[in-house]
Ligand binder design. Sequence first.
Ligand code: F6R
Length: 612
Amino acid sequence: MCGIVGYIGTKKASPILIDGLLKLEYRGYDSAGISTMENGYISNMKDKGRVKNLYELEGIHDLSGTIGIAHTRWATHGKPAKENSHPHMDNSNTFSVVHNGIIENYQELKAFLYDNGYHFLSQTDTEIIPNLIHYYYSRSTEIDEKLLHAIHLACKDLKGSYAIEVLCKDEPNTMIVARKDSPLVIGVGEDENYISSDIPAILSYTKNFYLLNDGDLAKLSKNQVSFYDLNLNSISKELKSIDWDVSACEKDGYEDFMLKEIYEQPKSVRETIGSRLKKNEKVNFEDIGFTKETLSKFNKIYLVACGTAMHAGLAVKPMIEKLCHIPVIVDIASEFRYREPLIDENTLCIYISQSGETADTIAALKLSKKEGATTIAISNVIGSSITREADYTIYTHAGPEIAVASTKAYTSQITLLTLLTLYFAEVLESVDAKVINEIKEELLLLPEKISEVLQDSTKVKDFAHRVYTEKDIFFLGRGTDYTVSMEASLKLKEISYIHSEAYAAGELKHGPIALIENGITVIGILTDPNLVEKSVSNLQEVITRGAKTLIVTNQELNKENYDEVITIPNTNPLISPILSIIPLQLFSYYISKEKGLDVDKPRNLAKSVTVE
Ligand code: F6R
């Protein structure tokens, strides 16, 4: 979704800002713009379309300012158009503002500003912010920190979510930023500071960051950052070092980030396992440190997330129930938060989010905390919002995921949730140690087995070539294979724009089989020996009706029955999603390539969904 970059230092700001925006392209956007502080005025250049188009705007190469703000917009209020692009300026051209998030009471504030003589050039909620700042600034009686006070008063009026950067013509050596429910970080360099909504945009300049909390404001000069809370009390912050590698944010010779991230999975799963699991040792979650007494009090576990992260929850539900004997409810965050779910102090709520910034997941977390539940955040991004809200945080350590379609984050989420389940089962002594040890051994073998799956993608590529013009594709499976079907179907929709459905194979006869007709493509996932015969029968039913089939399996099957069979290594069925999804990630990828689509930046989608 929208991205923010800012720079205040001694170098020419515009190339740094545009470079940062290019690194944020993966988040999804439809327009871009920058404002820089020039000699005595604020320059504001923006347009709809790609970031690289900014280089073609008249005068952009003449900008010499060393302070600037920049933005990629993903339209919410008002269509993608130059006038709706950020930065937005106030009527007097004194303030320039970029904004991520949504101002829920903008109509009310707009009416108030109209009544006070302001006019508006865009349909956005954002344009009220520079004008509201102007309203307070022009009426201020403050002698010190007039700008800071005006921005503070404006922020207090805003309902909804925001991360903002503000430039003011009257204070040419200052920038002010603020956040609430939308991410913003400050990167610290020598005689310069960088601002961004996402760490990767500025990772090539610094690895030292300040993370802003909800309600925080910061005033920046090139060599100083001062922090304030929502009541404008001065506060101090700890500088954090991020150990992500810059090359991890680049394509490294791969054609697309998605392909790179698919091929990174042996490494990312190994990193997720990290030091939590060693041969013949108990699983280590010292950082959580639950006792048997604490765990025994939980009479249900909620796994709450959106999209792919929610699918990771679905994949581990059977394992938690089987090994820990605690009922598990997997819920979509945007449903959970509005449904008055039955949660209390005996509920454990686990929130899964790659970005840690998904608005619905954060809201669901806040709700369950209010009801007294214990909360754990699982995230890939250090210091992200959910990690700061939850009682406990565990990181997937999958490395930055840039492609919009999530791949390595999913396998790392399942890996981490598997480790957590094993840890719970060991503490609870709820299952025979032999069962736990077998899964542990299999888990340690996974990176090698993933490499094996990735060694040869010819069959998947060929099958993608045969079916990429299809209008509908179906995925079938039972048990954990069904959960993988859902994830595979989501991946296909996202990046190939082919309509696709996932069904529990046993449900087929209850309706969906009516859709099966001659020539349709059906993909079957068959990795659970206890269910394979049943699924084979269901596949037979679609083959009889003329379906083309691709099968992903680790079982002995009569290959002649199917158009293509992809054999993957055997593993415990409870963790097989980590292997069986991989050929299907590649399948979506190759279909998208065959169709000539932008794999990393599919239409209408954003990497981090920071509005509900
Ligand atoms: C699908 C995808 C999305 C995300 C969802 C949650 O490929 O990426 O469905 O999984 O938007 O995002 P996070 O995990 O950042 O909360």
